[in-house]
Design a protein around this ligand. Sequence first.
Ligand code: GDP
Ligand code: MG
Length: 437
Amino acid sequence: NLSDKLDKALHVLKGHGQITEINVAETLKEVRRALLDADVNFKTAKEFTNRVKEKALGQNVLTTLQPGQLMVKIVKDELTSLMGGDAAGIDLSGNPSVILMSGLQGSGKTTFSGKLAGFLKNKKTKKPLLVACDVYRPAAIDQLHVVGEQLEVDVYSDRENNNPVAIAKAAIAHAKTNGHNVVIVDTAGRLAVDEQMMTEIANIHKAIKPNETLFVVDSMTGQDAVNTAKAFNDVLNFDGVILTKLDGDTRGGAALSIKSVVNKPIKFIGTGEKMDAMDVFYPSRMADRILGMGDVVSLVERAQEQFDEEEARKLQKKIAKNQFGFDDFLNQIQQIKKMGSMKDLIGMIPGAGKALKDVDVDDDAFKGIEAIIFSMTPEERTTPSVLNASRKKRIAKGSGTSIQEVNQLLKQFTQMSKMMKMMQGGGGRKMMQMMNS
Ligand code: GDP
Ligand code: MG
């Protein structure tokens, strides 16, 4: 599903290695592919990755201490705004306020009608009335009555009448005389979009002029959900979308593509068969879900806890002034060790991923390095260029390592310093060139 694919796309950013020009471009390509695979149309997906790219460049992703984290945040923010930014409410201004449900059979209209009635009833100031306008199946009327009894919400139905328009109008009149200030009209759906269903729902819509017309869609239906949404929107110009069955193995793509194709907010989600299994739709939470944030976010949070921001700023200054020394290197290693799972996290330190890539990353791997640095004098740590043959020999002896090991560390350190320098300097511009090529 989309979550897995985005997860994979962001894999390189999650500590698999440090961010480089190549894997930023590669990541964006993967993100786009994941969106396309999840039925987001090409234009939307391309616009999405372009916006992410622009932001990444604007914020100089490569020069921050936690580029992976920043990229994840940018992708998340963009997903959030693609799905509608802030959570959208429903219009309850009428008296009664009329809410019309639309959607295919099995999408969850009747269930959601009940859920919404229960949700509003809990607000105390609302006295909802459920209306059974699915006249084709007697079982559908029974179903709504069962729901109503369960919630202790009144249900209006008329088994003698097979005209849903007349039933809906009579129900509104009934609501007015019985003090119901919200009327929720449940309608019949078909298994696929057809003329008759569309004509019927359009007629009901025209007759009762709802405050709020909601389109209910099963989130498991993928690209079909988008086509159905478009068909209903063409006829009803509905106000919002209800995304049901998000408790299942859903494709996050439905939420993304519906919003991008019909440009209507998703207002509520259904998360189970029970009457309280609903929630207001929060775009940012959905973005978390799509990104498989359980994983990404916890990693990012762990890193955030450990990296002292002040430290980070100091370090960046040092890098800029070419003053990065072995003490800083040691400090970084100790930071990494604090974090626990080092394989995941080492890449979050700029340069460390590549510089230490030959080292099998576990705590022991650092023992030699630490010992070598501990054997250096303060001068040697801040000014590694003073390290001549006799000093190296002394250090190797003192740390219980060999001259080769000391040389190897020096080489890695030099590479790392160079790389850090590069990322501070022209890194951003270089990335721009890569991305635009
Ligand atoms: P309608 O034909 O549009 O009225 O759809 P129903 O409300 O009758 O729902 C069809 C089936 O989907 C029923 O078995 C519901 O219990 C189930 N259903 C509805 N919403 C959800 C949901 O959010 N999660 C799950 N797991 N099942 C749901
Ligand atoms: Mg139904």
